[in-house]
Every structure is written in structure tokens, then in C-alpha cells.
Design a protein around this ligand. Structure first.
Ligand code: HEC
Ligand code: HEC
Length: 290
């Protein structure tokens, strides 16, 4: 049958001559020309690509291609270019004091962006993405500071940490008044009533009155006569209704009974001085800085 050409009676198309079951015939329908040309062009393009660009895995490495292109090198170049364009900012930050930087609008923009990015990396896990804090991890947006809210104080806190593994870390320990049997349960309850009354939480007035005396004896040395706190000791203001460890009576009793001693890591040595300075300025600018 080879070479025999015949027209199909139904479609009028040429057949290939292949026949099945006596009368099923195969029509001769070649691929469209345009499709074939695109197909050939792809083959040519692929060969060109293999020659010009990295393509084939080899035993040790890969074919590099005559252009020598590498995404890794291209990224490295981009990073180097970005670093170079940042270099003069970094130098200026290193040279200037934080207070000087705060007065330089261009530099501040760079610092706040860099500070925000670094905050997301290093600080957000504990302080929250918006620095809003969690129970035991202070909110850094408000104007309530354990260890002081000036630029210098914030930078020192970040560098040295709090109760951290650093020779100059900020340190202080509220006694465990219950666990170490300095106060009885009733005294703890009375003192808690007094502490709550400082921020206007109405409770048992008679108990608060008894607690007042205990507070003057046991607590005022750190928290101040009026309970307004002492930043040098990291002792919080107890009158502002901002609670690091919760403001229910049970929370306050728990603090008095066992104390808390939150730990903030020291960042000196883990982050470079420029990054720490940027973070200090960023935190100071969050809104609560003094
Ligand atoms: C492992 C958790 C943790 C990480 C990470 C952490 N902190 Fe803290 N931070 C704390 C705790 C806990 C305190 C409160 C310590 C205390 O009770 O005195 C604190 C306190 C602070 C304070 C003092 C607040 C005040 O009221 O005086 C500042 C400022 C601060 N952190 C900034 C940062 C910055 C900036 C970073 C990122 C470089 C960071 N922290 C990362 C846990 C953390
Ligand atoms: C040696 C200093 C010191 C003494 C004395 C002391 N405290 Fe404290 N107190 C602190 C420090 C420091 C903190 C913060 C602990 C932390 O951040 O982990 C604190 C935290 C607290 C808190 C938690 C506040 C919050 O925002 O959640 C309460 C409540 C409190 N103290 C009440 C008292 C009472 C009541 C007494 C006396 C019975 C007392 N303290 C005695 C240093 C002291």
C-alpha cells in the first residue's frame, strides 16, 4: 500500500494509506508549518542557551557557559553595590552621637528603617512586632520605663541587657516575700490591696490601709515612697495601671510572693555598635522616649 494515495470520501482529505478493521483510514494531517518552525526555533534557542549560559550538571560542578553568568555573582554584586551606597550612612552613624543623629532628617530615615528591620529580627520575638510587648515583656511604645527612657538609658539597656550574661548588666532583685517567708499570706494580701489602690483600683480599703505600712517598710526603698518607681533599680511605677505581670489581685500577690526577675539578653558583641545605636534610636522614637 505504501505510496498509494487516496482521498477520504467523507472529509475529502488525503489518507496515509493505513487502514484498520478494513475501513478505518488514517487521514494525512501533518503538523502546521508555523508550529514546526516554532519547534525548530526552540531547539536552536536551547542549543544557544546551553553554549552561552550555565546548563549541564557535571561530575564536579556544572557547565559555566561562555558568558560566565552566575546568579550568585549577580546577587553578590547587587549586595556590594547596596552596601557601598549605605556606607556613608553607616560611617555617619558611627561618628555621630545618637542625639546628633536624631537632628539629621536624612540619617534618621535610614536609621528608623534599619532599626525597624533589625527590631523585627532580634527583638520582636519577645517584645512583639509592633513593640507592644506581652506579659513579662515590656511594651516599648508607652512612656512607662523600668530602666529609664532616655536615649542613653535605652542604649545601655540594649547593650548590657537586664539580669543578663554581661559583666555590666542591669541588675536588681525584688525579694521573694512569700517564698522566703518575709511576709505572711495575710500581709501579702494586704500589701497587694495597697498596691492596687495606688492606681485607683478600688478594693478592701481597710486592708489597703494595713498594707500601706508594710509597703513603707518593705517596698518603698525600691518602688519609692509613693510607689512611683525607681529606674536605677528597674523597679516599676506601681501607680500608672500599666502592669508588666498583670494587674489582677492574684497577679500582684504572685509578684510579691515569688518576685519575677525578667531577663533581657545583652546585645553587645551579638550586634555591632552601629546596629545597637540604630535600635536605641528606633526604640526611643517609638513614641514613649523621654
Ligand atoms: C528573650 C527575650 C527578649 C529579647 C529577644 C529582647 N528583649 Fe528587651 N526585654 C526583655 C525583658 C524580659 C525585659 C524586661 C526586663 C525586666 O523585667 O526588667 C526587656 C526590657 C527591654 C527594655 C527596657 C524597657 C524599660 O521599660 O526600661 C528595652 C529598651 C528593650 N528590652 C529593648 C530590646 C531590644 C531593642 C531588643 C532587640 C535587640 C530586645 N529588647 C530583645 C526581653 C527581651
Ligand atoms: C530590691 C528592690 C525591690 C523591692 C524591695 C521590692 N520590689 Fe517590687 N519590683 C522590683 C523590681 C526590680 C521589679 C521588676 C521585676 C521585673 O521586671 O522582672 C518589681 C516589680 C514589682 C511588681 C510588678 C509590677 C508590674 O508592672 O507587673 C509589683 C506589683 C511589685 N514589684 C510590688 C512590690 C511590693 C508590694 C514590694 C514590697 C512588699 C516590692 N515590690 C518590693 C524591685 C523591688
Amino acid at each position: 500500500m505504501a505510496g498509494h494515495k487516496e482521498l477520504d470520501t467523507v472529509t475529502g482529505a488525503e489518507t496515509t494509506g493505513h487502514v484498520w478493521d478494513g475501513d478505518i483510514k488514517e487521514l494525512n494531517k501533518p503538523l502546521p508549518r508555523w508550529w514546526l518552525y516554532v519547534f525548530y526555533a526552540c531547539i536552536v534557542w536551547a542549543i544557544g542557551y546551553w553554549i552561552l549560559y550555565p546548563a549541564w550538571p557535571l561530575v564536579d560542578g556544572y557547565s559555566k557557559g561562555v558568558l560566565g553568568y552566575s546568579q550568585r555573582v549577580s546577587v553578590a554584586n547587587d549586595i556590594a553595590a547596596a552596601k557601598e551606597s549605605q556606607a556613608h550612612f553607616i560611617e555617619a552613624i558611627a561618628a555621630k552621637s545618637a542625639a546628633e543623629i536624631e537632628k539629621d532628617a536624612d540619617l534618621m530615615e535610614f536609621v528608623l528603617r534599619g532599626g525597624a528591620a533589625q527590631f523585627g529580627n532580634s527583638c520582636a520575638p519577645c517584645h512583639g512586632k509592633g513593640a507592644q510587648g506581652f506579659k513579662g515583656y515590656p511594651n516599648l511604645n508607652d512612656d512607662d520605663w523600668l530602666w529609664g527612657g532616655t536615649l542613653e538609658e535605652i542604649e545601655t539597656t540594649i547593650r548590657h541587657g537586664i539580669r543578663a550574661d554581661h559583666p555590666e548588666t542591669r541588675d536588681s532583685a525584688m525579694p521573694r516575700f512569700g517564698a522566703d517567708q518575709i511576709l505572711t499570706n495575710v500581709q501579702i494580701s494586704d500589701t497587694a490591696e495597697f498596691v492596687l489602690s495606688l492606681s485607683g483600683a478600688a478594693g478592701d480599703a481597710a486592708a489597703a490601709e494595713r498594707g500601706k505600712e508594710i509597703f513603707a517598710e518593705q517596698c518603698a526603698a525600691c518602688h519609692g515612697e509613693e510607689g512611683k518607681g525607681t529606674p536605677e533599680m528597674g523597679a516599676p511605677n506601681l501607680t500608672d495601671a500599666i502592669w508588666l505581670y498583670g494587674g489582677s489581685k492574684a497577679d500582684v500577690e504572685e509578684t510579691i510572693r515569688n518576685s519575677r526577675s525578667g531577663v533581657m539578653p545583652a546585645w553587645e558583641g551579638k550586634l555591632d555598635p552601629v546596629t545597637i545605636k540604630m535600635l536605641a534610636i528606633y526604640v526611643h522614637a517609638l513614641g514613649g522616649g523621654k
